[in-house]
Each structure stands twice: as C-alpha cells, then as structure tokens.
Design a binder for this molecule. Sequence first.
Ligand SMILES: NC(=O)c1ccc[n+]([C@@H]2O[C@H](COP(=O)([O-])OP(=O)(O)OC[C@H]3O[C@@H](n4cnc5c(N)ncnc54)[C@H](O)[C@@H]3O)[C@@H](O)[C@H]2O)c1
Length: 446
Amino acid sequence: MKVSVVGTGYVGLVTGACLAEMGNDVLCLDVDANKIRILEEGGIPIHEPGLDQVVARNVKAGRLAFTTDVARAVAHGTIQFIAVGTPPDEDGSADLQYVLAAARNIGRLMTDYKVVVDKSTVPVGTADKVRAAIADELAQRGSDMRFSVVSNPEFLKEGAAVEDFMRPDRIVVGAEDQEAILLMRALYAPFSRNHDKVHVMDVRSAELTKYAANAMLATRISFMNELALLAEKLGADIEQVRQGIGSDPRIGYHFLYAGCGYGGSCFPKDVKALIKTAGDAGQGLKVLKAVEEANDAQKMVLVDKVVKRFGADLTGKHFAVWGLAFKPNTDDMREATSRVVLAELFKRGATVSVYDPVAMDEARRIFGDEPRLQYADGQHAALHGADALLIVTEWKEFRSPDFEKIKSRLKTPVIFDGRNLYEPAMVKAMGLDYEAIGRGVAPQAA
Ligand SMILES: NC(=O)c1ccc[n+]([C@@H]2O[C@H](COP(=O)([O-])OP(=O)(O)OC[C@H]3O[C@@H](n4cnc5c(N)ncnc54)[C@H](O)[C@@H]3O)[C@@H](O)[C@H]2O)c1
C-alpha cells in the first residue's frame, strides 16, 4: 500500500518505518528540514532502540523515503497518516493547529481518494474538524472528491516504540465508512497475525480511548505516589505494599511503582487536555484533577527531602543528578521531572553535575551554558565533590552501582533516590544514608 506520514517525530517515524517493514511504500513528510536532512543522510534524529536498523533496512530496500515537499507527500499515499504534535495550548486543551494545517494541505492538493488517519492524540471531535478542513479546501477548488477520515490513536511507548508498534496489544480504528475500515484492516493485518487486534469502533470512542488509557495509567502512578507519602508517615514500605496489592489480578503489578512523578510528552498534556474536554462538556473529572495536582507535587518530592536535610538555602551546595530523560531508553526530556528538580536546586542557590546515558545533548539544547550546571562524562564523574546524589531516571546502568565509589566521592554519603532502585537495608549496610520514595522503616523496627 502507498502510505504518507505527515510529521516524522517519535510516532511518525516509527509508524512509517514499521509500515515499510511490512512491505508498504512509505513517504514521511516533515516541516523540519533539519530532521529530514539527518534522515536522508542515514542518521536518526531521536534515540529509540532498534529504530535505526528498521529505517536503514527499508530505506535501502526503497520502501521508505523522506521529504519536506508537501505536494509530493499528498500525491504519494492513498493512506495519509497525520502524526504531528498536539502540544498543550495555554488553557490546557490540545493545540490542533498542526493537525489542521496538515489536513488543509491534503484537502488543497489531493487529486484522488484519500483515507486521512488521525494518529496524533487529539480530543474527541477532532475528526469532524479535520473532515471540515479538508471539505473546505476542496470546496474552494469546486471539487467534491471523496475522502474518509479515520481515528487511529497510537499506544506505543517511547523507549520500546518499535517493539510496541510491531507487536501491539490492540489497534484502535475509529471509522464509519466501510471502504476506510477495509483499508485499515488490510494495512494492519500483518501486525495482527496471531489474533485479531483491530478494534473497530465509532470515531469519537476511538478518540476518547486514547485519553482514557493515558489518564488511567497516570491515575495509577499518582495513586501510588500519594500512598508512598503516606507510607513514609506511617513507617510502612510502599514496595511491599505494591507487591501485596499487585498479586491481585484485578490490580496487577504493572504501572504501580512509586517515584518522583511522571513526565514525558504524553501523560501531562493528555491529562490536561482530557480535564479541559470534560470541563467544556460540563462533566468535571474530579479524580483526574487530583491526579494532576498530586503529580505536580510529586515532582518536588526529591528537592523537599534535600531541603529537609540541607536547609532551604542551598547556596554553596553541589549535587550530582543521575538521569535527565523522563524515563529510561529515550532522550526525551519533555516535562521530565529532572527539569523541575534542576530548576528548584538552581533557585535555591545550588550547583549541579548531571549525567544521563543518552539525554546529554538534549540537556545541552535545553540548558545551554547554564553556569550552575556541569555536564559529567559518566555517572561516577558526576559524583566528585557533590554533597549528595539524586537519582531521577531509572536507567539500568544505575541499578547496580559501585556503592564504595559513591561513598568515597560524595562529601556526605547520602542518596536521594526518586525511583526506588535499591534495597534500603543494603544501601545502609554499605554506610550510605538512603532516602527513597515511600520506603519508610516501621517505627518499632527502627
Ligand atoms: N511520543 C509518544 O510516545 C507518543 C505516543 C502516542 C501518541 N503520541 C502522540 O502523537 C503525536 C506526535 O507525537 P510525537 O512525540 O511523535 O511528536 P514529535 O514532536 O516528536 O513529532 C511531531 C513532528 O511533526 C512535525 N510537524 C508539525 N507540523 C507539521 C506539518 N504541518 N507537516 C509536517 N510535519 C509537521 C514536527 O516538525 C515534528 O517533527 C502527538 O499527538 C502525541 O501526543 C505520542
């Protein structure tokens, strides 16, 4: 099948590459000429495990190409995926300007039947707006050319995006006309060979499904984070509580880890957008508002602990921070907790040495020559002369560190662990103070 993908970011590039891998003829479009240049020169503009091989293989086979030429992209695919960004607008709603600009381009330039697929995360009702934008452009040309609009939200996780796309849990297709449904089923058949994973539903339900999924996951995290704070007050251990409740199949073990808050390009903005959609519809979402509030507070938890120990004024103090990406296996720092932690430490007068296995370039792009920030060459290099270590991202290489090295390089032997990587008793036995999230020690045992 001939497929065009509008927007060659985390979702668009993975979608394009994986569809090409299944034999489709894919052209990826982006307005960012630099991104397209990197891809055309054989590079990959983002860090996503395994993506480089899939892209290289399919470019070589002639099934995957990149362009900044809008007319070429519109002419190419019968199926036109829209995978552009939908960042939060000032009022928290999803900003649809990029989605609608892409739709208008298609309406303005199409010369035959197109299936326009919203893959970006977009609020309920967006498919209607996309349809209206295309119809308007066609009307301006006096054309009544046929087209379909489909909602096909994406559920991939950054850091495991290729694997998620190739082996999806489900493929949600919101569509109302049979021709589009048949095409989408055919396109996704190779990803559904073991059992049918395609859920065909009405467009609005498909749009809402994506928000419901992210809102549910964010809710689990904020729930556990609040329980962790309570566990600290009560002298209970959230890790034991997690295992105790996770064993119930109605609850399950996944996505129950307490930590220093969720970030990333999706949860924060999607939670905000769903709250806004609900408010506009006159149906407040009390639970979700609390989820957001709890998460904002949770991003401050590590610094709160630092302040409790070192005082509110951190002038002259120096900290090592391990982990900048919002989660492991990605260089994405959008809404990452590390940004809140660094800003708060700077505000209080501290200086910081940071290390992240892949997000150092992204950090340089964000913080530039910030004088209070040093970019360390490795995790141990970051420790030199620091008053304490803060762990913000749960990279695998942080899981079994050399505790002797940590102890000898820090001025004060203390770790503030925002991701609960270690057994408290073990770290303490190594002679380090350990402050994690919700890992209290029962008062009677202390
Ligand atoms: N990143 C994720 O993990 C993830 C997962 C599921 C869904 N989503 C959703 O997918 C959408 C895209 O997210 P992303 O993380 O890939 O964003 P991204 O910022 O990485 O990529 C978006 C790309 O679209 C390009 N673009 C903008 N306007 C354009 C236009 N008119 N024509 C062509 N290209 C244009 C931008 O230059 C950018 O390269 C968002 O709605 C997001 O919520 C993201």
